[in-house]
Design a protein around this ligand. Structure first.
Ligand code: BGC
Length: 479
């Protein structure tokens, strides 16, 4: 394993995991097939009202529920060693509880898992990727403490049902995005926005739910099944706008605290939120005349329960921001609490979606930061991608350059910074339903023609090139 000076030798470590990722709501379709229960994205998209580009929905999406074999062909064509997908909670448990189990849902995921294993592909399974069963939402969803136990029960059920074959588990995908977009900005399901309150409450319950699920595995399954459990954390890298400004440097630290460490610190370090988050939110809450901080507190017992509940680190990295300290007003809101404005450098190219400024080196910095602040964990980059806007080009050369540059940064992190990176997963295997952008944005390695009934998958240039990287477990010299 080395990155040589002449950029010739670009080998990745032996047994490096090469993957691609998807999520149930974004690819499966079959929204009401075979007894599946409603989830919050079904409800959200069916409400219309321009919540999503052209009021598109995931009702059909890529049809993976019936076209799984087509996805498998893509996976085999890439030669992936790992495939990450999520279970639709309400497909398995229509009302979210084990009171009623949908056998057809079990059959579907058994088929997916078994066919992956048969083809020597390791399944990496996310239990929850934004698609809360509507019935659980109706009982309070993540705002309610009761959901912690409901999630634990669901996780326990999945470990029991699939854990003889699944050895890499991710409990929750991106609690930051869920909390911020779903409960602060209100742009994702369930579309709530009581600013500065719910965002912290739901994150609090998600952290506890994750920790409980980890303990369920550890107590009941670990010895026999010998698997690993983690949580997928999304974070931008934060670079001070003016590297000589103390204010900007502190703002960049705050940005990371409110983004990555909000979750990483309790789970990987000490069971509690970053000090700066606690102090900022508590002071502001006081100034706002509130009796207590808008950031809930963990009890000592909870801190002990939460600390150390991840067996590896799952990082979803897409972009970087330059951080300025704004003159922020003190109103209850996450942005005001964070007091760190994230800007895109005009020199950074933008991929096919406006928030995704292309900054491959940010990933190396973030990996180094995780190594230093989270106890040098084994890291899987469980998502990384570059979007094309619709209509996309099959000769996606700019995108492939992005992947090459990003993988070079990963190699540098491994060889020069000694970060223990174990794997890399492209978001996404196939073009799919990109949340509020619907089908107008394409992240897939394979093109999906959403206008044709059989939803054919066709490789982009990047897919063909990625398969070569996977095969040789390395990059070819770019010189
Ligand atoms: C999510 C994916 C999403 C991707 C691109 C991630 O935050 O996990 O579901 O499609 O970003 O926006």
């Amino acid at each position: 394993m080395a990155v040589s000076d002449g950029n010739k030798c670009y080998q990745f470590p032996k047994d490096f995991a090469w993957g691609a990722s998807t999520a149930a709501y974004q690819v499966e379709g079959g929204w009401d097939a075979d007894g599946k229960g409603l989830n919050i994205w079904d409800t959200f998209t069916h409400q219309g009202g321009d919540r999503v580009f052209k009021n598109q929905t995931g009702d059909v999406a890529c049809g993976s529920y019936t076209l799984w074999e087509e996805d498998l062909i893509c996976i085999k064509q890439l030669g992936l060693t790992h495939y990450r997908f999520s279970i639709s909670w309400s497909r398995l448990l229509p009302d979210g509880t084990t009171g009623f189990i949908n056998q057809k849902g079990i059959d579907y995921y058994n088929m997916v898992i078994d066919s992956l294993l048969k083809n020597n592909v390791v399944p990496v399974v996310t239990l929850y990727h934004f698609d809360m069963p509507q019935a659980v939402e109706d009982r309070g969803g993540w705002n309610s403490e009761e959901t912690v136990a409901v999630f634990e029960q669901y996780a326990h059920f999945c470990f029991k049902t699939f854990g003889d074959r699944v050895k890499l588990w991710i409990t929750i995908n991106e609690p930051y995005i869920l909390a911020k977009y779903g409960y602060e900005d209100g742009v994702f399901a369930p579309g709530k926005s009581k600013k500065g309150f719910e965002v912290y409450q739901v994150a609090h319950n998600m952290i506890k739910a994750h920790a409980k699920a980890w303990h369920a595995y550890n107590n009941f399954f670990k010895i026999e099944q010998k698997g690993l459990v983690s949580i997928a954390l999304y974070s931008d890298w934060a670079e001070p706008f003016d590297p000589n400004s103390t204010e900007d440097k502190e703002a960049a630290e705050r940005y990371l605290a409110f983004h990555l460490n909000w979750f990483a610190k309790p789970i990987f370090v000490d069971g509690d939120y970053p000090e700066v988050m606690k102090a900022e939110i508590s002071n502001r809450s006081k100034e706002q005349g509130l009796q207590s901080s808008r950031l809930p507190e963990f009890t000592n017992e909870e801190k002990i329960m939460i600390k150390g509940t991840a067996d590896f680190f799952c990082l979803n990295y897409y972009t970087t921001r330059k951080i300025k300290c704004p003159s922020s007003e003190n109103v209850p809101s996450y942005d005001s609490d964070r007091a760190a404005e994230g800007l895109k450098d005009p020199d950074w190219p933008i991929s096919g979606i406006e928030w995704l400024a292309v900054v491959p080196w940010g990933l190396r910095k973030l990996l180094g930061y995780i190594k230093d602040t989270c106890g040098n964990p084994a890291v899987y980059i469980t998502e990384n991608g570059f979007a094309q806007s619709d209509p996309p080009t099959f000769q996606d050369l700019q995108r492939w350059t992005y992947f090459q540059e990003t993988l070079t940064e990963v190699l540098r992190a491994i060889t020069l910074d000694e970060v223990n990176v174990k794997g890399y997963f492209v978001w996404s295997l196939i073009d799919n339903f990109e949340w509020t952008s619907g089908y107008s944005v394409r992240f897939g390695l394979f093109h999906v023609d959403f206008n044709l009934a059989d939803l054919p998958r066709v490789p982009y240039h990047s897919a063909i090139e990625y398969s070569k990287v996977v095969k040789r477990n390395g990059l070819i010299s770019q010189k």
